[in-house]
Write a protein that binds this ligand. Structure first.
Ligand code: PHE
Ligand code: ZN
Length: 893
């Protein structure tokens, strides 16, 4: 059954619920084909709302009984709602009892109650609870939950739900039960249950406050040896939130459960987090350093939601960034604080900014652009976006920056902590808005820039689009004065033709010719244009603007090569040091791309750039992780964003050509880097050793690329050897990737061997698929490979991780291969969007976004892409999810 043509929901239409639900008593008889759900609610009318019918949300449920205070009652169905018009008048509590069934085994959408393998899981955010029972499925209705689970004991020995286990025992017919009570009121989206054959790693901890807690990580038997890192990350999260924010774990028991079928990364259900297994399972043999890092962030993220999301939740889904932007900010800070050394903090910051610029900036410039607090949606699942999450986190970060108070609190950490304390003091236990959050941060810091500029600052919540800051410098030698004029603008986005000026904190410094820093300050730009002056200078300085990426904006400054080289060498701000290197590379790539007549073979990198890269690589003080970031060219997606008309294959060809030159020109340096950064001793996923592995991985890839040009067989041979001998997945996978990306003859045998070694490790097989679907295109060879991979017995369209590893790796992460002049990539894309939409609309809608930026494409791609999108849009039965994406893509706005 497909839902009807639902209509757009507006933020301005918010109204309080007409009823409150005080308590919910749920009883589940779990059965994959037909699960019976008895839902007894204690409800009452909301006295603030005019008396009206009760409308409960429900989706794909079979209703068998409705009782009010134990008596039968009249009801009707309207769209997807159960409507009760004859409820008792007055404000007294009444009991509503609803009995329904659902079919978890048929639930391929993975929203609501579903089976994966032989176990049951739930996913209720945003609107999945209505697929379990009829309910007021909205986050401002907070209730107390009691949950009784009944199931076959041998098939489902473990029965979990939120809160505390209060009773368990056996029943007739080989069945058993467990009863759970959640001591906290919660919105329905935080409900969860899990049932199946699972085992747990357990850890007892005592908090700073002296309380005892039980931490558990549940996985399938056989995966226990991959849970140590997740448990360590969880313990670190508990300690960090206490230390930095004074927030302690409020539950006796905190559980994480891994499942291999999951639409997203993980879910913060109260006391029972459910995770995509990708963000739980790791050991050195199966997971890379990146996986280890991601697990740390995601475990932290979900844990931090316990306060920012669960204790204080969202009034409505337009406020999603209230919990997501804030919690991403918290998980970013957590990872940085764990890294401790300044250089590792900088590396984390660079990685986060790279995500923002390659994923969020394009979103903000495309048809799905929306403010971090959107004003309307058709399908809320489409708004779990990089804008709400990552840009949302930047907006929280700016609030911290803007409550800084001089030398005693230069970064604003203490002021921000005060703001958070006030936020909890005011709102703990309730469902609030983004306005409530900013108000608390500002009120706790009345003398801050944030408090002074609050109404204007809040434009970050209401205006979409990435602001551009144009900076122009001029030096007056006679007076020794440097002026820097900063002007801001923001392009129109759908529905927002004109933008008002933003509040933009700009951290800046001036570097003198000899490399010393002559000034540094924080300027808050509020006008369309402002000029800053610096006096007492001997010579024209080099401005280092937007240090640490102090605001989510695009900075235009016409840097000369000399200036960029000076920043790359001397800037005290590691972020801008990296940025200078990226600008040097980008300028060259843009120049080559724009010279239409220039053949790839004639694109020659200048000695100056190569020497600069050599000195970074050979630098005695810079650490390995930073070098790896600095020597990686800007991504194809990032380059595409800088162009008005995009020919993805041209960008790809240019990037590959420059990479090959860097490989050849720095050959001896790459050899040195590879040999000098070997890690000996036991594997540890810490920032220092993972940085060294990242650099040796890049070096090996470059040496294999150089070998392709020179005909050398030694380095590919060494890569194969390293692939075979590697003691951890990072080194093994990097060696395999070096062979595959360089197009080595040895790649095929290595791939085959890799599959044989890891055939029972689903997450590793995902990597195997992704590597091939994302490999460098050579003469259009990738699409046939992708189609071939989809016939592999291990491929499945139903498992989101697997579908993503092949289809998304090609359509979303391999622009050089996907954007074909013959349109075959787009035809493939439209087929897969349509096919996936019938199985899992959330996954389909994400894939649909691969063509968001079609309007920028050069012909013939542009027309072919539009045709492919139109083909999807013409499908009559599309889900709301996919329909919203393709309709917006085609709109003329
Ligand atoms: N709330 C989850 C998170 O960010 C994400 C999520 C959304 C997961 C919707 C599942 C469904 O932590
Ligand atoms: Zn989250």
């Amino acid at each position: 059954m497909r839902e009807g043509q639902n209509s757009v929901i507006h933020r301005s239409d918010y109204q309080e619920p007409a009823f409150w639900i005080d308590s919910v008593d749920l009883c589940f008889d779990l059965d994959p084909a037909k699960t019976r759900v008895l839902n007894k609610m204690k409800m009452r009318r909301n006295p603030h709302v005019v008396p009206q019918a009760l409308r409960l949300d429900g989706e794909e449920l079979n209703l068998s009984r409705v009782l009010v205070n134990g008596q039968g009652t009249s009801f009707k169905m309207e769209d997807n709602q159960l409507v009760l018009e004859n409820l008792p008048a007055g404000n007294d509590v009444f009991e509503l009892e609803i009995f329904t069934t659902c079919a978890p085994a048929k639930n391929t959408k993975l929203s609501g109650l579903y089976t994966s393998g032989d176990s049951f899981y739930t996913q209720c955010e945003a609107e999945g609870f209505r697929r379990i029972t009829y309910f007021l499925d909205r986050p401002d209705v907070m209730a107390s939950y009691t949950v009784l689970l009944r199931a076959d004991k041998s098939k489902y020995p473990v029965l979990l739900s939120n809160g505390n286990l209060v009773e368990q025992g056996t029943l007739d017919d080989g069945r058993h039960f467990a009863k759970w009570v959640d001591p906290f009121k919660k919105p329905s989206y935080l409900f969860a249950l899990v049932a199946g054959q699972l085992v747990a790693r357990e850890q007892r901890i005592t908090s700073r406050a002296g309380k005892e807690h039980l931490l558990q990580v549940y996985v399938r038997p056989g995966d226990l040896d991959k849970t140590e890192h997740a448990m360590n990350s969880l313990m670190a999260s508990v300690a960090w939130d206490e230390a930095r924010f004074g927030l302690s774990l409020d539950l006796e028991r905190f559980m994480i459960v891994a499942t291999s079928d999951f639409n997203m990364g993980a879910m913060e259900n109260k006391g029972l987090n459910i995770f995509n297994s990708k963000y739980v399972l790791a050991n050195q043999a199966t997971a890379t350093d990146t996986d280890f890092g991601n697990i740390e962030s995601v475990v932290g993220h979900e844990y931090f939601h316990n306060w920012t999301g669960n204790r204080i939740t969202c009034r409505d889904w337009f406020q999603l960034s209230l919990k997501e932007g804030l919690t991403v900010f918290r998980d970013q800070e957590f990872s940085m604080d764990l890294a401790s050394e300044a250089s590792a903090r900088a590396v984390k910051r660079i990685e986060d900014v790279r995500v923002l610029r390659t994923a969020q900036f394009p979103e903000d410039a495309g048809p799905m652009a929306h403010p971090i607090r959107p004003d309307q949606y058709l399908e809320i699942n489409n708004f779990y976006t990089v804008t709400v999450y990552e840009k949302g986190a930047e907006v929280v970060r700016m609030q911290q920056t803007m409550v800084a108070s001089g030398p005693s609190d230069p970064l604003g950490r203490e002021g921000f902590r005060k703001g958070m304390d006030l936020y909890f003091q005011r709102h703990d236990g309730s469902a609030v808005t983004c306005d409530d959050f900013t108000q608390a941060i500002a009120d706790a810091n009345p003398d801050s820039k944030l408090a002074q500029l609050l109404p204007q600052f809040k434009r970050w919540y209401s205006q979409a689009g990435t602001p551009r800051v144009k900076a122009v410098g001029s030096f007056d030698g006679a007076s020794g004065t440097y002026s820097l004029t900063l002007s801001q603008s923001c392009a129109p986005t759908p529905g927002q033709a004109v933008k008002e000026p933003f509040v933009i904190p700009i951290s800046l410094g001036l570097i003198s010719a000899d490399g010393s820093e002559v000034a540094s300050s924080m300027h808050v730009l509020t006008q369309e244009s402002e000029t800053l002056t610096f006096t007492g200078l001997q010579a024209e300085p080099v401005p280092s603007i937007l240090r640490g990426f102090s605001a989510p904006v695009i900075l235009d400054f016409a840097y000369t090569d000399e200036q960029l080289l000076a920043l790359l060498e001397h800037d005290t701000d590691p972020f801008n040091r990296w940025e200078a290197g990226q600008r040097l590379a980008l300028n060259r790539m843009m120049a080559f791309i724009s010279q239409d007549a220039l053949a790839v073979a004639d694109m020659k990198l200048d000695a100056r750039y190569i020497e600069a890269m050599r000195s970074v690589l050979r630098h005695p003080k810079l650490d390995a992780a930073f070098k790896e970031l600095a020597l990686t060219l800007p991504s194809e997606t990032y380059v595409a964003e800088q162009l008005d008309v995009v020919d993805p294959q041209r960008i790809h060809a240019v990037r590959e050509a420059l990479r090959a030159q860097l490989a050849t020109a720095l050959h001896a340096d790459w050899e040195w880097a590879f040999e000098a950064h070997h890690e000996n001793g036991a594997y540890k996923p810490d920032s220092l050793s993972s940085g060294r592995r990242a650099l040796t991985g890049l070096a090996l890839a470059m040496l294999c690329i150089a070998a392709r040009t020179s005909g050398d067989t030694v380095w590919p041979g060494k890569a194969l050897q390293r692939f075979k001998d590697a003691g951890n997945m990072t080194d093994r996978f990097n060696a395999l990737a070096a062979l595959v990306t360089s197009g080595s003859d040895l790649a095929a045998q290595a791939l085959q061997r890799f599959h044989a070694m890891f055939k029972d490790e689903a997450l590793v097989i995902d990597k195997w698929f992704a590597l091939q679907a994302g490999a460098t295109d050579r003469g259009g060879n990738i699409l046939p490979i992708v189609k071939q991979l989809m016939t592999h017995p291990d491929f499945s369209m139903r498992n989101p991780n697997r579908a993503r590893s092949v289809i998304f790796s090609y359509c979303s992460a391999n622009p050089g291969a996907f954007h074909r002049a013959d349109a075959a990539g787009y035809v493939f894309w439209s087929d897969k969007v349509i096919e996936l939409d019938a199985i899992n609309p959330q996954v389909a809608a994400r894939l649909a976004r691969a063509l968001d930026r079609w309007k920028k494409l050069a012909e013939p791609m542009r027309s072919a892409a539009r045709e492919a999108i139109a083909r999807v849009a013409a499908k009559p039965d599309l889900s709301n999810d996919t329909r919203e994406v393709v309709t917006r893509a085609l709109s003329e706005d």
